[in-house]
Design a protein around this ligand. Sequence first.
Ligand code: GDP
Ligand code: IMO
Ligand code: MG
Length: 420
Amino acid sequence: MKKSLILVGTQWGDEGKGKIVDYFSSKFKAVCRFQGGHNAGHTIYQGKEKFVLHLIPSGIFYDHVKCFIGQGVILSLDSLLSEIDEIESKGINLEGKLRISRYCSLLLPIHAKIDQLREDHKNSIGTTRRGIGPAYEDKTARRSIKAFDLEDKDLLKKKVFDLVSYYNYQIETIFNSTTFDPGEVLKELIEKYKKASKYFGDVTDTLEDIYGDGDPILYEGAQGTLLDVDYGTYPYVTSSNTLATSVGIGSGFPKSIFSDVLGVAKAYTTRVGEGPFPTELFCDDGKKIADIGNEYGATTGRPRRCGWLDLEALKYSAKLNNLTSLCITKLDVLDDFNQIKVCIGYQVDGELSSFKSRLLHKSKPIYKTIDGWGCSLKDAKNFNELPIEAKAFIELIEEFTKIPVSLISNGPNREDLILR
Ligand code: GDP
Ligand code: IMO
Ligand code: MG
């Protein structure tokens, strides 16, 4: 049997995971999200039409694919319902095609409010302001409203009232802002869940059945390795474990851990929000990458910070995720550069350093400069058709990370992909 595949971002998110999951979905019958929430923005093109998916897996546009949201995902019913509406308006019926774990913790509007108040208050980390941090805090603090709580109205009322009073105290005393009416929160939650309840059920057993029938599963990571709450650039991270190794917990299907792992990396680096970024460019080259790469957040529209490819960071990600192969995206964005820089290490106060040093805010990148290819890669259909300089760029990545590059993306559309 073909192996299952976990696809993860290896940088600070927005590596092009959505496009690559969409490509692989033609070969899988099931696609599963296992962490994160609607902070994710995964862009795919269906012909000329653009979709940005936040919660629903990027395999949704294939008739033969069933989509799953595992319990590791923090679920906003508002975001879910509007995404369902948008997809169904394109004539795709999601009933029987989408299944969400009853164990998911729910993200409520009060979480987004707290996230926004905190961001505006002090020590902003540039979150997506969606409420992801507070919702994961509640999960760990055992305060979350779980989807299954909606099945016991008495318990639900107590949990919602407790949660709202917990946050109202902060909203009032710390932020001097408008509090929430617990009765309204409860009513809205019940109404929204009613609309979405048909999508909730068991995910573990269903994945097990699909796998047991001989069909491998595609797991879609969100965010990126360097945003992992444990191994990323803490505290400038998201609040979930983004690594491939979190797939077992997040999907609820333990055999998911025996999968191949494909890491997606841009041919350069971007980051949205605050936090250290050793190869960040503040010169015209950075602006040029941003313009050509159209580097604006798919979820928030914020401009992304841009810099050269950081192989020191990529090597760190490759190890942590136990990558079996790499996909390099947006190679075409570098078409017009005479020279391209690639970071192959760091120095701190004149001494060699590494990503693990956690002195990233003081790290100066050591660059290797290579010649650009100076032509459009748009029409290249296989590796041999790439200019020698582009091949050398890919081979440098392989040599440094010791991971084979099995896919190269040279444009935003499904067919802009070179298999190796
Ligand atoms: P994700 O969050 O990892 O799914 O990535 P995003 O969708 O947030 O951002 C990636 C952006 O790059 C999207 O606008 C994609 O359409 C676009 N994209 C993906 N692959 C390529 C590529 O190879 N070349 C170009 N030019 N754009 C790409
Ligand atoms: P995809 O799946 C890029 C970043 C935010 C912020 C930090 C914390 O599209 O790659 P959060 O709202 O999660 O508490 O914000 O994480 N961030 C992302 N950056 N792509 C994402 O998702 C991101 N999800 C969160 O910008 O710096
Ligand atoms: Mg994105």
